[in-house]
Design a protein around this ligand. Structure first.
Ligand SMILES: C[S@@+](CC[C@H](N)C(=O)[O-])C[C@H]1O[C@@H](n2cnc3c(N)ncnc32)[C@H](O)[C@@H]1O
Length: 272
């Protein structure tokens, strides 16, 4: 079942500019969120975590407006019990908090104006450890989500949708991160330092797959399996990043497989 939301309207608050491929990211997220809330609401108290939440409405380059991820979550027909939102930028944060008041929720959203890698402790503490199921969307601009933060989130029963910017950042900048000696942004993202030897050892066209395998291994170390990631590109242009899905639970992995079979144009059998 397809969930349609009304077009967002400009409201005088900030609408950060985004590229048209953002629609693809939100398409997959919205489909999973809808399936998740519909199929799990009877059995669990459902929570939604968005550590890089944005302003709630975005402006697509040369096009109209687009709902941001937290306001997609806020409009699910079967509401999440609680939204937990973190946004570092003050102007985005204030716009998000104002916009959220238009969408009544079963309990007051938790919103934090801070760095995602710092606020995840208080997010986790506010989610009960029993009887809950959480969906987390980790969607920075670059490599800002640290594996250490993901590891903390796994203290709850949780499914993860993660932005994996292999072409957008890691492979563009890995030589600059190389000298970081286990403390570079790529080390913190990957949760391990071995990527240097691995990238050195393979040809350029294999580097993306090597990084992805190492990332999957880090998640497997936390007990998480990955579904087939979605490849996001700029129209007919080159690949930019992967949208990763990870869970401990076969049911969730099967749900991801099913919701990702239909792309934004309605075509089945999407190639990954
Ligand atoms: C790609 S946008 C997120 C868009 C949003 N998830 C959506 O789909 O509508 C990334 C957001 O993360 C925020 N951000 C960047 N670094 C951050 C950090 N370290 N902690 C929290 N938020 C951060 C940016 O201000 C920006 O609003």
């Amino acid at each position: 079942m397809q969930l349609e939301l009304p077009e967002p309207q400009p409201d005088g608050l900030v609408t950060p500019p985004v590229k048209p491929h953002t629609r693809d990211k939100h398409h997959w997220l919205r489909r999973y969120m809808h399936a998740f809330t519909t199929s799990m609401r009877e059995r669990y108290e459902l929570h939604y975590v968005d550590l890089f939440a944005g302003a709630g409405i975005e402006k697509i380059e040369n096009e109209g407006f687009e709902w941001g991820s937290p306001l997609i979550a806020a409009q699910m027909p079967d509401r999440f019990t609680q939204l937990h939102l973190c946004e570092k930028d003050g102007e985005n944060y204030r716009a998000l908090v104002t916009r959220l008041t238009r969408y009544p929720q079963p309990s007051a959203p938790q919103h934090i104006n801070d760095d995602a890698n710092l606020c995840c402790d208080s997010v986790i503490q506010s989610i009960p450890s029993r009887g809950t199921l959480t969906l987390a969307f980790l969607d920075p601009f670059n490599l800002q989500i640290e594996m250490r933060t993901i590891s903390k989130l796994t203290a709850r029963r949780i499914d993860l949708v993660i932005f994996f910017p292999d072409y957008l950042d890691a492979l563009r900048n890995w030589r600059a991160y190389y000298a970081g000696q286990e403390s570079s942004v790529l080390d913190r993202f990957m949760g391990q330092a071995g990527w240097r030897e691995q990238l050195d050892a393979v040809a350029d066209q294999r580097k993306s797959d090597v990084l992805w395998k190492m990332y999957k291994d880090s998640l497997a170390h936390l007990g998480f399996h990955c579904g087939d990631p979605i490849r996001i590109s700029s129209g007919a242009g080159p690949f930019l990043y992967r949208l990763v899905f990870a869970s401990r639970h076969p049911f969730a992995l099967d749900l991801w497989r099913r919701v990702t079979q239909k792309d934004r144009s309605g075509q089945y059998g999407f190639e990954f």
